[in-house]
Design a protein around this ligand. Structure first.
Ligand SMILES: [Ca+2]
Length: 493
């Protein structure tokens, strides 16, 4: 009798649970946007012919539950403008005509979390913000809680130390904000959160897991923007350094009084700059630090996926995974088979790993080879939340729709520009945007000047064969299309 009672209670609970899950299915989905920093195109396990030295099984697991995009473009080859494009669904050169390092965020441009607030979402950003302006200020449009996020924990600078996260350390440092790379406590809503120990990738993960736990009963939108695998690439927990057989490099210490070029002895700027160029770390070790860093990151992504599963909300969560720009020629990333990397409009700078998972809504195990944009994330997410978009100057197109044939994508970065229509890409990009020679994994471009180059990037993704002299008609057509786009759209947002 007792056994029967037990079984009745057990199946009763089970059906309650099933009912709850069925009910949740009809709710608006939770949305998780995972942004990586400077990941190499080849260092993404879901891609065929990826570099197998990069151990990223959780990225593979995530991608297997959804669709992978082999030709996903960001709107810029560096962090801040790329993030502005992603956050707004618009090409940021609409308001930043000089295509600068810091486009900022105009008041009248609506962001993903601002749309989602209309549908009652809880919104949070954890990790890197970086819209390139007002790095260390709170009461500005660029600060996450001033553009739609209920909560923010992280930093607005372009980089942050992975280990040095305490107020005590900040107080001892003559230039805690470095050259915009920061150390010390994280910004947290209107205040700070200081950590006397811990590793930034782990901390961001733990905070994200706590957020998922506390928000599981309401639709939430979480942007989890890791600073991994950005410089300082060598800052990785010992266990991973051991796995890749590479020695630890001592952390910055103001008492060391080491200078570097224009930086005064004992400054964080001197330490940061020294280790974000090549030379201080040799090529073979550089790749090992990168592999250790990305492997640690992948383990952390696994913890976030586990948390969604544990809370029973994995089936009702839309996850988008993307890197903010290509691998840098200086952090040990592998962009193969793409030419060049971060800081340039070669494919290696703007074509990035991307995957989307939304069980039952987005096809699992599929690969899309048509080109798409990081600007498409906004209409995808906002559409999933059921919020209408009536903005005529939005550039993004929902990924729930079939890719548009011959779509016009343009890029402007400093003195360089590019346009893609169909299989063709025209660009004047050069490659002189970093401070030292690139790593040995770097694929150098066929030319390093501002001349026009035409590529059939569908069949020649590595941009090895310039067709500008054989297809002059196409050069003219694309050049005119680029000018037309700029005339029609720059200044309109
Ligand atoms: Ca970046």
């Amino acid at each position: 009798m007792k056994k029967l009672l037990f079984l009745a209670v057990f199946f009763g609970l089970l059906s309650c649970k099933n009912y709850a899950q069925a009910f949740k299915k009809d709710l608006a989905p939770n949305i998780l946007l995972i942004i990586l920093d400077d990941q190499g195109y080849a260092d993404f396990a879901p891609f065929k012919n990826h570099d197998t030295t990069a151990d990223t099984p959780n990225m593979a697991k995530l991608a297997a539950t959804g669709t992978v995009y082999t030709e996903a473009y960001t709107t810029a080859p560096v962090c801040s403008p790329s993030r502005a494009g992603m956050l707004t669904g618009k090409n940021q050169i609409r308001w930043d005509k000089n295509a600068s390092w810091g486009p900022g965020l105009p008041k009248n441009v609506k962001t993903i979390p601002e749309y989602l607030k209309q549908a009652g979402y809880a919104t949070a950003r954890i990790g890197k913000n970086d819209l390139g302006k007002n790095f260390h200020k709170y009461n500005v449009r660029e600060y996450p809680t001033k553009h739609g996020y209920d909560e923010f924990l992280g930093f607005s600078a372009h980089a942050h130390d992975y280990w040095l996260l305490s107020q005590e350390m900040k107080d001892k440092t003559p230039d805690p904000n470095g050259t915009s790379a920061a150390l010390g406590p994280l910004m947290h809503n209107d205040g700070i959160k200081s950590y006397s120990d811990g590793y930034l990738t782990d901390i961001l993960t733990n905070e994200a897991v706590d957020y998922i736990h506390k928000s599981k009963n309401k639709p939430f939108y979480l942007t989890l923007a890791y600073n991994s695998v950005h410089h300082l690439i060598h800052e990785v927990p010992q266990k991973y350094l051991d796995k890749y057989n590479v020695k630890p490099i001592p952390n910055y210490n103001p008492a060391d009084q080491e200078g570097f070029e224009k930086y005064k002895p004992g400054t964080y700027g001197a330490y940061y700059d020294k280790y974000s160029r090549l030379g201080a770390i040799q090529d073979e070790d550089l790749r090992k630090y990168y592999l250790a860093n990305i492997n640690c990151l992948d383990d952390n992504i696994g913890k976030v996926l586990d948390a969604l599963k544990k809370e029973g909300i994995d089936k009702n969560t839309l996850i988008i995974f993307i890197s903010d720009n290509g691998g840098t020629p200086l952090n040990g990333a592998n962009n193969s088979p793409l030419t060049a990397g971060k800081y340039s409009l070669w494919e290696g700078g703007i074509r990035v790993p991307m995957a989307i998972s939304w069980p039952g809504k987005i096809e699992a195990g599929k690969t899309v080879d048509e080109y798409v944009s990081a600007m498409d994330i906004l209409p995808t997410i906002v559409g999933a939340a059921g919020v209408p978009i009536t903005d005529a100057t939005l550039d993004g197109i929902s990924l729930m729709k079939p890719p548009v044939k011959d779509r016009v994508l343009v890029w402007k970065w400093q003195k360089t520009w590019a346009i893609r229509i169909g299989d063709w890409k025209l660009t004047n990009t050069d490659e002189d945007h970093w401070k030292s020679r690139p790593s040995n994994l770097y694929i150098a471009p066929i030319r390093n000047d501002l001349s026009l180059k035409l590529f059939d990037v569908k069949n020649d993704p590595g941009e090895r064969k310039d067709l500008s002299l054989v297809n002059i008609k196409k050069v003219k057509e694309l050049e005119a299309a680029y000018q037309d786009w700029c005339t029609a759209n720059i200044g309109k947002y």
